[in-house]
Design a protein around this ligand. Sequence first.
Ligand SMILES: *Cc1c(COP(=O)(O)O)cnc(C)c1O
Ligand code: SF4
Length: 438
Amino acid sequence: MQSDVTNYKPLTPSNIDMLPQIEALPFDLRQDIKVVSTVFPFRTNRYIVENLIDWARVPHDPIYQLTFPQHGMLSPADYSTMARLIASHAPRAQIKAAARDIQMRHNPHPAGQMVYNVPQLNGVPVPGVQHKYKETVLFFPSQGQTCHAYCSYCFRWAQFIGDQDLRFASKEAEGLARYLAQHPEVTDVLFTGGDPMVMNARRLRQTIEPLLAPRLEHVHTIRIGTKSLAYWPQRYVSDADADDVIRLFEDIIAQDRHLAIMAHFSHPREFETPIARQAIRRLRDIGCEIRMQAPIIHHVNDNVTAWATMWREGVKLGMIPYYMFVSRDTGPKNYFEVPLAEAVHIFRQAYSQVSGLARTVRGPVMSATPGKVHITGTAQIKGQRVFVLRFLQGRNPDWVGRPFFARYDQEATWLFDLEPAFSSEAFFFDANTEYASA
Ligand SMILES: *Cc1c(COP(=O)(O)O)cnc(C)c1O
Ligand code: SF4
C-alpha cells in the first residue's frame, strides 16, 4: 500500500496491462478495457487497484465499475465498430476519428455549461470562471483540469479527451480576484475541475492565496470540490508536499475563512482504508469541514445500504452529508442512469435509516440548466401521482424554494423528461431552451 505514496503515477490504457490484476482478468474484460477506453477517457492508479477494488468480485465490484471502462458503456454497434478497427490494426487517425464521432453523439457539454455562465469583467469574458448563482462562483484552475483517476460516469469527460474547444480552463487566478473585487455579493468560491487537488501545493497556494486579500473579505468560504480523499488520500498524508497542503489550509482558516472540502465519495468503501481515515482526520483536526456528495449511479451505488452506510460512517468520521446527485445526460449515461423514481425511493429508504445528524443530506438533486432541482418525493394529489420538486438554486433566485409538481413517470431520468402535473401547460420556469441540454 505504501508503494506509490510520494510519487503519483497514473495508470492508463498504455501501461495498465503490466498489472498482475489486469493480466489475471478474463480475455473479454481486458478487451472491454481496450475497446471502451478508445472512446471514453480511462485513468486509474495503484492505490485504487490495490486497495479499493475487490478483484474477487470483478466485474461487479462497485469501485471497478466506477473506474474501469465497462462493455455496456458503448452501444453494441459502437462497440463492434471500435473492436473491428482495433482488431484490424486500423491507423491511429482512423480509430480517433471513429471515437470522436461516437463522443460527439454523447452530449459532451451537458446543461449548457459553455454557453450560459461565463461572466464578464468590463465587457471581457473572465476565463475559467462560472457565475450562475448569485452567492457562489465556480473557478476552474487550468492546472486542475485532470483527476487522480477518472470516474467512468464523469460528466466532465470531454475535458479529458484533449479537445481544446471543450476545455473550460483559466489562465490565472488574477482574473478571478479582479472579478470578485467587483462582486461583493459573492460569499463562496468553489474550486473545481477536474480536480484542483491534482495541483501541487505551490500552485494551489498561488491559486487560492489572492482570495485571502483584505479587499476580498466578502468571500467567506473557500470550497474545494475534489475526489482526492477517495482516489488519492496520500495527498494529505504522505505525498512529498502533503504538509504544505495542510499548511495552506491552515492559513486559509487563520484568515477567518470557512474551508470546505466538497468530497466526492461514491461508495463507503472509499473511506474504509487506513490512509483515507488518516487524511480525513488530518483535515478535521485543522478545522476543515468535509461535505460529502456524489451522484447515484447504476452498478456503483444504486442501493440503500451503500448510501445509508456512507452517511452513517461519514458522520462518525466527522464529515457532513451534503448532496445525492442525479447523474447528468452525458457520456455513457445509458449504462449508469438510475430513474428518478428509483433514486427517490433509495434516498428515502437510506435517509430513514440514519440519525438526524446525517439528514443534512439533500437529494436526489439534478444540477440542470435552470438550476439545482431537488426531487423532494412523490405524492398522490387529487387522484394524480406526482413528483414534488423545488429549486435549491435557480438561474432566477425567485424560483428557489417554490414547490412544483410533475406527473409521476417511472422511466424519467432527467428534468427534461418530466411533464407538468394537473394539466398545466408548462412549469413556471419553463422555456424549453432553458432546460434542453446544450
Ligand atoms: C451546485 C452549484 C453551486 C453551489 O451550490 P450550493 O447549493 O451552494 O452548494 C454553484 N454553482 C453551480 C454552477 C453549481 O452547480
Ligand atoms: S472526480 Fe469528478 S471530474 Fe474527476 S473524473 Fe470523477 S466525476 Fe470526473
